[in-house]
Structures are given as C-alpha cells and as structure tokens.
Design a protein around this ligand. Structure first.
Ligand code: LUZ
Ligand code: MOS
Length: 764
C-alpha cells in the first residue's frame, strides 16, 4: 500500500506547522541567543530593542510565572538564561513582535555584557575535570582483566566520531493559541507531544489538562525533536499566556543550526584480544560522550552506546565504560540510532585495526564472531540471532567472491582509482531502554456511516507510521483504506505518550490500535452472532461483508455497524498496550531490555579517486531482517534513507565548533550533507523474512533506525580502498572521512618527508 500522505505531499497540500492558517492578531517570536559559550551575564540592555517598530514585548527569565526549566531527564536546563550562560546560542531573551522580520530586527538591537569563563569543548578534557552529567556506567560480561594473558593478539587504539546535524527539512517551531480559562492550544513540531506538554506545564504553571499539544505531521525529526521541541513551544506558550495573543515561532535554518544540539560526538578508546583462530576473547572500551551543556537525553543515549558496543558479535569478556561529559556546546540530543551507531563504530574500528595488523580481511574476524541464538549480550539478554542468516545470505546472494575478484582486477589495472570493500553486520535492540516508556494508547471510533477514525500517540514525521496504523485498523475490520482516517496527534485525545522514537512507534501504537479494533470487532461479532443465532466464532468479516459459517450474508459492514449502534453497543474503544517480557535492572546493568533485535548485513563497495580525495559509494547490498514487513514500500524508503543518512555522518558531515564553542558549520554552505552524488549508485535490499517476533506489529520488525548503521560500512570500505593505494596511509579512526582527510591520509607520510628539514636547514 502507498504511503497515505503521498498524494498531498506530491501536490504540496500536506499541512506542516507553517501551513496552519494564522489567527488574526498572531504575534511572532524570535530568541536572542547567547553570543558566547560560557560566562556570567553582567548587563542586559533591552531598551533599544523594545523601542523598535512592531515590538510587543521582550521576555526574560524574570517573566516566567513558574519554573525556568525545560530539562527532561535532569532539571539542569533553564528555558531562558538567568545570570549564567553555558552554551553559545542559549536563549537569553524572547522578542515578540507584529511580524517575524520586526522580531528578528529587534533581536539584533539587544545588548548584553557577559563576563567570559573558560570554555570546554572536548569531552576528554571535561571528564578529566570531573564535569560529568551523570556518574559513569559500566557494562560487564566475563572478566577481561584475566583474559588478556590468554589472547594471542591484543590491539589498542582510539576511535572518534563527530556530531551530525539533524537537518529535518522543517525547522523547529511552535504556535501557541490562548483558549478560555487560561488553557492553551499549541501546535508543535515535536516527536513528543507529552514532553512538550510537561515542559510547558512546568514553565507556565498550568496543569497538563489545560494544554492541548497537537501535531499534524513533521517535516522530519530524526531525534532532533524528541526533546528539543520543548524550548520553542514553552517560549511561545509563555508569551501567548502573558500577552493573551497567539504567538508563533518557527526557526530560521541558521537559528536552528546554532541553537539546537546534534548527534553526540564521541571520543573512545578500545582494546581487543583475539586467539589464533581470530575469535575475539576480550574487548574493553571507554566512551567519552560530548553531552554539551545540559543533560537533555544524554544519559539515555549513553546507555544505548553501551547496549550496542559489541554490535552483532558475541564476545565472552567485555568491560565497557561510558562517560557523559559536560561541555559548553548546545546540549546534544537524540539522533537516529541514539548512541548505538557511536558504539558500533568503535568495535568495527577495533576489528579493522586487528585485521590490518594481522593481514587478513576484517570480514574473517567479523564472520567468526557473529552472535548466535543463546549467546548473551553484555547486558544479560540472550540473543535470538539472525546475524549469521543475514551474513550468509548476503555472501551468497550478492556473490562476494566475484565482487572481490572484480575489485582486485580493477585495482590492478588502475593507478589512481582504487576500490574498497567492507562488510557491515548490524544488530539493534528494539524498545526504549527505559522500560516504562514502552507503553502506548490508541483511541478508535467507528462512526454510524461505517467510517473509522484512529488516534494514537504516534507522530507522523515522514516515516510512514500513519500508513501502518491505518493498515492495522483496515485489516482488523476488513474494510478498505479509504474508510479509515488517522487523526492528528493530540494530548487531549491520547495522554501520557512516549515520544515517537526508538524505532518502536509502529510497534507500540500499532499494538494499541490492534487491541482497540479487536475489542470493537468482538462486540460487532457478538451482535451478528445474536442475529444469526450462532456462536461468535462462526462470524467473519471479509472485504466489508459479513460471513456466517463460511457463507456470505446480505449484510455489509455499514449495516452491521448501524445494527450495533441501534442496539446501543459502544463503537468506540481506548486501548492500552505495554510491551510484555522486558525489564532491566540498572543497579546490576543486567536484564532483558529489548522486545527483540533487528539484524542485517551490508556489503559496501566504494571507489576512491586517490588524486583528488573524492570518492563514490558504488553499492550497498543488504540482507535485512524485516520479520514480515507489513509495508515493503515504506520499509524500503526507511532503509534507503537510513543508508544515505549514515553515509552522510560517516563521510561528509562535519559539525565544527571553534575553541570558543561557536558553531562554524552554521549553514548549508559550510555543512555538507548528502546530495544525489553521495547516494550509492546501487542499493540492493533483500528482505529476509523471519516470522518469529510476535512483539513486532504483525511480526513486521521495526525499521526506523537500524539501516543508518549500514553507512558505517562505507567508512571502512573507503579505508580499504585507500590502503590499496597506499598501504602506509596514516588513518586514525576519525569519522567523517571527508575528501580532505582522504588526501591527508594518503599523502601524510610523503608530505612530512618532503618538508622534513635537512640538517642545518631551517624551514620557516
Ligand atoms: N529515545 C529514548 C530513543 O528516549 N530512549 C531510547 O531508548 C531511544 N532509542 C532510540 C532512539 N530514541
Ligand atoms: Mo529517536 S533517535 O528520536 O528514535
């Protein structure tokens, strides 16, 4: 089935925050961001700004009626800076004016004097200064210390990954409308309506039941709107409440880039030990997460780094420690994969380092250590593994032998162009790692004309979740898609929602829809059973018709619905779903946190132009564990998009802050994102059908985040191509592998040799 949004998207008729018609009298907000990363506000002069034309009012933290706080996990994030600023871009004041341009013009007239304090941007430096957001966490399996002496080969190193800008096409924003009795309606571009509701409640002092947060859809989220939509909604709410006027703020792209956090950069150390058969016996890792200036979701992201630190491998002895390090950068946040990819990069780097030193392809080590069913993850859960199935299917289906032969022949006949290959197995746990978040609700109404409306806590952000919700309802009732409408997401209809995140939205909300629809269906069947005087088990609904004892009756769906209504049977249901079986004990760091895991293997082929440093991804050929995909078109889109986003993170996208903590890559002219040329020339996806996981909706496994991690393979394929050109290339594990870094790696040794001072010669 097609994505239900495809037609309105194509026609430009889909409604985003900025398409909502404005109410007369709407005012526009713009935040005044701290120009420096760390310091004490000595003076704030608003007078000139206040006198600018069209300015209604300028708000500071002093105007906040309740708490000046938007921190989610830890209350460490003021909405508006009090006297302390701790990142460049931190909102200090909010201008509200008659037009957007007037608000922005007034922002420029605000004057602030800030006494600067030392700025830390490096997570290792923060850790040395004991600047930690939460105490460090350690996951342990077996005993690494006593295993090193048994290892035939031990390698150590470090591996760094950079941040990543979410670059949702729709920037952050909110539109707050005062209602009677101080209630507020807020349209927000958020993945987490309840998080917005809580933050607004805290800041305004209004109870949650006075706050209707509504989301129609987002132009992308990618994790960036899991926690960081709160600020803009709370600012608009504050102004709307105090001015009694509708207030809208949708951020300019450069405001968004400068003021919001990104994927966490990590700096990590690893130590890996293997026996003579290339079995990994022990693995140690230390992760330094660059959290930025406030907790945001960093502690949860940190946890997922540990959960995924051994990727798709079984390693009997593991010690992994992770530090969430406070720096003076905008608070970093959720981003597709949520710390998992950062952990997986490090184990892949460790394997690559071992393979290079041992003179074997990394795939030899990878294959020997794939996790199998019954093996234990370092956090105690036993694997139900599809790792080997994905790997072996990929080898055979895509004929790895012939790929290797073709690449070798190419490399022999080309001097400056070199091809490289990498295999990238993935394993990603599905469920929020916080067990309590794994719950969802759905409200289903069947109207007397037979049409059906479904509300859930799921937020549509382009991932197609509404289409999947619709499929669930249509399938249970056996009615056409046109009979079902998925309503906007609203905290008035569905309360206490988890964010649309963790790849779990379709599973959690889909299961709730399934429960609600099944309940209504059972009532309808009881009505028919009474009418036909048979047990309900004899009743079936097929293609909008009622069947009794295997025979089609003269009743259609509408007649059945109307009959039930006449008999005063409820045609509405509000159902609750909580994932069974999962648990985790953080005091022991052991449990069964995930409903299931998603597996896959990608074969990645690249070509590097060793004269220019530029490269292409020739192919990403995947065998992916879909369970039993309920929508192959949507799932294919998720995989293709994930791969390209992963390639961006690993190769092009370079978030750069200077030593003063100012974002230098602050626009699309200085921050390179994947374009049509970065897309692999070939993406092949093979659907591995694995029908075991009943905790997935209709056994269709979660697909949102896992495919991003195939992109990690591109980094290692590039590395292999570079080694084909220059076996002595100097290549620290330091993603992204930009073309500049390719050139520096390929020619570093030669370049240093060329400028090495000869005895007695001074080079200035
Ligand atoms: N968000 C969250 C997530 O709050 N918890 C998670 O475990 C998670 N995982 C992936 C993406 N977002
Ligand atoms: Mo997310 S990283 O909001 O699933």
């Amino acid at each position: 089935m097609n994505n239900i949004d495809s037609i309105t998207h194509l026609r430009g008729e889909s409604i985003y925050l900025d398409d909502i018609p404005l109410i007369n009298g709407t005012l526009f907000a713009a935040a005044f961001p701290s120009p420096i990363a760390h310091g004490i506000i000595k003076q704030l002069d608003l007078s000139e700004a206040e006198n600018m034309p069209g300015v209604a009012r300028i708000f500071t933290c002093k105007d906040i009626p309740s708490e000046n706080q938007v921190g989610g996990i830890i209350p460490d994030e003021p909405l508006l800076a009090d006297h302390h600023v701790h990142f460049c871009g931190m909102p200090i004041a909010l201008v509200v004016a008659e037009t957007r341009d007037a608000a922005r013009a007034a922002v420029k007239k605000i004057k602030v004097v800030i006494e600067p304090l030392p700025v830390i941007t490096n997570p290792r430096e923060a850790q040395e200064n004991n600047e930690l957001i939460v105490p460090p966490r350690t996951f342990r399996l077996g005993d690494t210390a006593n295993t090193w002496p048994q290892c035939a080969h031990v390698f150590e190193g470090s591996a760094d990954t950079n941040g990543q800008e979410h670059l949702y096409i729709e920037t952050q924003g909110a539109y707050a409308l005062p209602q009677e009795n101080n209630a507020l309606k807020i349209y927000s571009s958020t993945q987490a309506p309840t998080a917005v509701q809580r933050a607004v409640s805290k800041v305004t002092g209004l109870s949650m039941h006075q706050l209707d947060i509504e989301v129609i859809r987002l132009g992308g989220g990618f994790g960036g709107k899991e926690d960081q939509a709160n600020t803009w909604a709370a600012l608009c709410a504050l102004a709307a409440l105090l001015l009694k006027k509708p207030v809208k703020y949708s951020l300019h792209r450069m405001e968004d880039m400068a003021m919001t956090g990104k994927r966490h950069p990590y700096s990590s150390d690893f130590k890996i030990g293997l026996d003579n058969n290339y079995k990994i016996l022990a693995y140690e890792a230390r992760f330094f997460q660059n959290a930025g200036a406030a907790a945001d979701l960093s502690p949860a992201v940190l946890e997922r780094t540990l959960f995924h630190c051994t990727n798709a491998y079984f390693i009997p002895n593991v010690t992994a420690t992770a530090y969430s390090c406070r720096t003076h950068l905008p608070p970093n946040t959720a981003f597709r994969g949520f710390g998992g990819p950062q952990g997986m990069f490090v184990i892949e780097a460790a394997i690559a380092k071992a393979a290079e030193a041992l003179g074997i392809p990394a795939s030899v080590i990878q294959e020997k250590n794939l996790i199998t069913t019954g093996d234990e993850f370092p956090y105690g859960q036993k694997a139900e593994s599809e790792a080997t199935a994905c790997w072996q299917n990929a080898m055979q289906l895509y004929d790895i032998g012939s790929i290797r032969r073709q690449q070798a022949a190419f490399n022999n006949s080309h001097k400056l162009l070199k091809k490289g290959l990498a295999l990238m197995p993935i394993c990603f746990g599905i469920s929020f790692t916080k067990t309590l978040m794994n719950q969802a609700r759905a409200q289903v109404h069947v109207y007397t004309d037979g049409s059906v409306a479904v509300s859930t806590g799921a937020v549509e952000m382009g991932q197609g979740v509404n289409t999947k919700m619709l499929q669930v309802a249509a399938q249970v009732f056996s009615i056409p898609a046109s009979q079902v409408k998925i309503q906007s997401t609203s905290t008035y209809r569905i309360a206490n929602t988890s964010p649309s995140a963790a790849s779990a939205t379709a599973d959690l909300n889909g299961k709730a829809v399934l429960l609600a629809c099944t309940e209504i269906l059972n009532r309808l069947k009881a009505v028919a059973a009474e009418e036909w005087n048979t047990p309900p088990t004899a009743i079936e609904l097929k293609d909008e018709w009622l069947w009794v004892n295997g025979e089609k009756t003269g009743w259609d769906w509408k007649r059945l619905v109307m009959t039930a209504f006449v008999k005063r049977i409820s045609l509405s249901e509000h159902a609750h779903y909580a994932t069974p079986e999962i648990h985790f004990d953080a005091s022991k760091e052991k449990g069964h946190p995930f409903a299931y895991h998603v597996y896959g293997t990608a074969i990645v082929e690249t070509t590097v132009d060793c004269l220019r440093g530029i490269y292409t991804t020739d192919a990403v050929k995947v065998v992916h564990d879909f369970g039993s995909s309920m929508n192959t078109a949507i799932d294919l889109g998720q995989i293709e998009g994930g791969i390209v986003q992963g390639i961006g993170w690993m190769t092009l996208e370079e978030v750069i802050y200077d030593k003063e903590g100012r974002l230098r890559s602050n626009a699309l002219s200085t921050y390179k994102v994947p374009d049509v040329y970065s897309v692999p020339k070939e993406i092949a996806i093979h659907y591995l059908a694995t029908e075991k996981d009943n905790l997935a909706i209709f056994r269709s496994k979660a697909v949102g985040e896992p495919p991003l991690m195939y992109g990690i393979g591109v980094y290692f394929a590039l590395r292999n191509a570079m080694r084909a050109f220059n076996p002595n290339a100097v290549m620290p594990f330091d993603a992204p592998m930009t073309p500049e870094k390719v050139l520096m790696a390929l020619y570093a040794a030669t370049a240093t040799a060329a400028i090495k001072p000869q005895a007695g010669v001074n080079i200035i």
